[in-house]
Write a protein that binds this ligand. Sequence first.
Ligand SMILES: *Cc1c(COP(=O)(O)O)cnc(C)c1O
Length: 439
Amino acid sequence: MLHTNLSINEKGHLTMAGVDVVAMAEKYGTPLMLVDEQRVRENCRTYVQAMKEHFGGDSMPLFASKALCFKGLYQIVNEEGMGTDIVSPGELYTARAAGFPLEKAYFHGNNKTDADIQYAIDAGIGYFIADNREELTEINRYAGEKGLVQKVILRVTPGIDPHTHAAISTGKVDSKFGTAIETGQALELIKEILTLPHIDLVGIHCHVGSLCFDSKPFLDAADIMIAFMAEIKKETGKELHVLNLGGGYGVRYIASNPTIDIADNIRQVAAHVKEKCAQFGLALPQVLMEPGRSIVADAGLTLYTAGSVKTITGYKSYISIDGGMTDNPRYALYQSDYTVLNATRAADEPDMVATIAGRCCESGDLIQEDVKIKRPVRGDIIAVLVTGAYNYAMASNYNRIPRPAIVMLGCEEKTAPGADRDYVAVKRESYEDLIRNDC
Ligand SMILES: *Cc1c(COP(=O)(O)O)cnc(C)c1O
């Protein structure tokens, strides 16, 4: 199947991590998100080990928690030796509640408010990834008030031409994120930062985009970033020792997507970084990467119950499900590809082509169009694969639809023999939850 943690059992049901997903739908109801804990851990280990091996020293991956954020996940990521990238005080609050060591937390975002900055400093955030001058002014002021020196990494834009890499959209000069190297503004800002007494500038950061299936964008970014580090050293005398290359490796959503060997890609990036540093006479920095999608996407799937199957004569067929854009807005937002199948009859050959439609009052509430699928009857379980990233994290209560539960399928080695491997990591929202803040 699409990923090695998926299979079909003797009943013809889809399984993930060896667990019958139809049985999970019966036990917990739908819509339901399942997360394969073992797969999350393996994805973490791939990064942790490859970065240690190829970059050496204290280089490490930070989990970009915007991809999927709940307490249990921060605990797993921490156990696996990763840091974390957070983009809001809400994510920081969750990490803190999970007992995540905040000295390994990096606070991102292109518009941190004064309140955000103060909250993070009070909480003992390890690093800010500063986006702009206004933020830096407040970080310096508040750190001064608290009598401390705050570690900061500056986000810069390497100015990689997005036309060379279609997937790249955040690293170009014209971006709401960071400060441009090309225009000279980044160097200017760094000179200013070096005069701020309560900021310790340790490195620079870039994030070139998302869904990269090879390392070309990372290699190009590394070239520009390392050359810039050399320029900073020459112009200011300051040798920065942290290079954060951001996130962005892709995952396989559909059969025609390539598979990607993350460990081998990290090896290539490391070889390149070492070569460039040697060329510029710089010591090898601590390298950080920020994978989000490639840690959790293929560990997740979403289960729905099929309702009506409607064929419009001469047009097309719609299969309606009991969820949709409220738990997975990615197709509505950017026509993302997904693999959809009838989990109840996973062994049967597809016999129809259908559009999978959600239950919201929006014609655009679709999960996927033109899916080849075994015709469901009302009550069959429909599975959408590879939904671990940017699904639950983007969920809403539109139409006052409660968010689904997240059920983890625990690691075999950690489960007592004969015990159930599934456990609830995030409860399904109740109707009371929906009116909780209504006065
Ligand atoms: C979104 C984002 C990431 C994670 O990207 P993925 O494509 O999920 O790996 C990492 N760093 C920054 C700054 C981001 O905005």
